[in-house]
Ligand binder design. Structure first.
Ligand code: IMP
Length: 403
């Protein structure tokens, strides 16, 4: 099968947008299968920056892009994004799953409310209604695009959510939702059978996850996670496709680690050192503008990401940023209760982190090679692509990627 699934190896924001954009020219179709507009995949094209929130970041390279059933859609936002993207490509071949759930204003309000109720234990969500939209989906009172065919049904669904949340809504809102829906109606179809046919007919299909492994609702640092499946396993449920279509997996890892929102972060840096790296890497959230927490590369975390996602390949991003630092530390293991621990456990904060120090490659490029060789030998997975700068073409091939 000519498919490749791309996942994030850390907490999201690994630079997947750029890697997917690079890979997409070799794929007929690019597919998003989880999350919503909480994602922000950035691609710098000339002097313009595209921030994909709902449309797959393979948009420029692939002939067709698909938003599969596992994504939750804020329709207004999607309409805006499509309009913006039209300035980059005259014909838009977009397919949206009729089974995808919709994020409404009630979900936005619920997200803010829940964060407020959590108080000091708040998650630090993007406040885009993502958790509540999945909450409605799994609670079996969600709204799918297919429900928009019937105004009465849509109104009934909204009324039920409103009752459950105890948040009122104005009936005029239904009409404004329907107006937005009409703008995307022509793109909506059964994407599962479309993708199945494409794969069976030998087309090359790229699947891209939003967010990263350790904010996956099952495998992440719960409850400080997002509400979707961000790991390789998520691709089957998020597309409705048989698991046998997925055989190759590429993980994107940043040369250091970042995290937005609350939750465990064993290699976190603080103070001036953190500020320097944050500014070098422009580590501010694409969707919310929040400063990202920054830290050292965490090999135990990547070891777990490799296993969880069945990674065949790794793309290492932002090495240019890390190379600006004076010296570079990498976590190689942890310690807890006096024992050495080689693999990150999202439910246990280690007592201590053990580091190795590397020389900066600011003035000597061979130091970068040593860094890359070290990561490859620790993870036993080839690093096939290296991100060397912000621009679209600042990417270096370091190894062969075969499907
Ligand atoms: P939510 O997805 O808005 O519910 O937020 C839950 C957690 O996931 C928060 O810590 C967010 O900062 C984080 N998060 C959500 N989307 C992204 C992303 O695209 N990149 C990085 N972190 C994210």
């Amino acid at each position: 099968m000519d498919t490749l699934t791309v996942v994030g190896c850390q907490f999201g924001d690994e630079g997947k947008g750029k890697v997917i954009d690079y890979l997409s020219k070799d794929f007929d179709v690019s597919v998003r299968f989880n999350g919503g507009e909480n994602a922000g995949h950035t691609v710098v094209v000339g002097d313009k920056t595209i921030k994909y929130h709902l449309v797959p970041a393979g948009f420029l390279g692939s002939k067709t892009v698909v938003i599969a059933n596992g994504v939750v859609i804020n329709i207004k936002k999607l309409v805006e994004e499509i309009e913006f993207l039209k300035t980059f490509k005259s014909s838009i071949n977009l397919k949206i799953s009729e089974m995808a759930h919709v994020v409404t204003e009630l979900h936005f309000k619920r997200d803010s409310y829940l964060e407020q109720v959590r108080g000091a234990g708040h998650i630090g969500t993007t406040l885009k209604g993502i958790g509540p939209a999945y909450e409605s989906k799994f609670g079996r009172y969600g709204i799918r695009l297919v429900d928009f065919r019937d105004r009465k049904k849509l109104l009934g669904n909204l009324s039920l959510i409103s009752k459950i949340y105890q948040i009122p809504f104005d009936e005029k809102y239904v009409d404004s939702l329907l107006e937005d829906y009409q703008m995307i109606e022509r793109y909506i179809s059964d994407t599962r059978s479309y993708l199945e046919n494409e794969i069976e007919n030998g087309k090359r299909v790229l699947f891209e996850t939003a967010q990263g492994t350790f904010i996956d609702v099952e495998s992440g640092t719960y409850p400080f996670v997002t509400s979707s499946y961000t790991t390789s396993g998520g691709v089957t449920v998020g597309t409705g496709l048989s698991p046998r279509y997925f055989s190759k997996f590429l993980g994107v890892a940043k040369a250091y680690t970042t995290r937005v929102g609350e939750g465990m972060f064993p290699t976190e840096m603080f103070g001036q050192e953190a500020d320097v790296l944050r500014n070098f890497g422009n580590e501010f959230g694409t969707t919310t503008g929040r400063p990202r927490r920054v830290g050292h590369l965490d090999i135990p975390m990547l070891r777990r990401a490799v296993k969880l996602n069945s990674l065949d390949y790794i793309a290492l991003t932002k090495v240019d940023v890390l190379g600006k630092m004076d010296s570079i530390k990498v976590a190689v293991s942890y310690e807890s209760n006096g024992s050495e621990i080689k693999e990150f456990d999202p439910s246990r904060v280690p007592d201590k982190v053990n580091y190795e120090t590397f020389k900066s490659w600011r003035d000597d490029a061979s130091n970068l090679q040593k860094y890359i060789d070290f990561i490859q030998s620790e993870l036993k997975v080839p690093i096939v692509l290296i991100g060397t700068g912000e621009k679209r073409d600042a990417i270096k091939v370091n190894g062969r990627l075969a499907l």
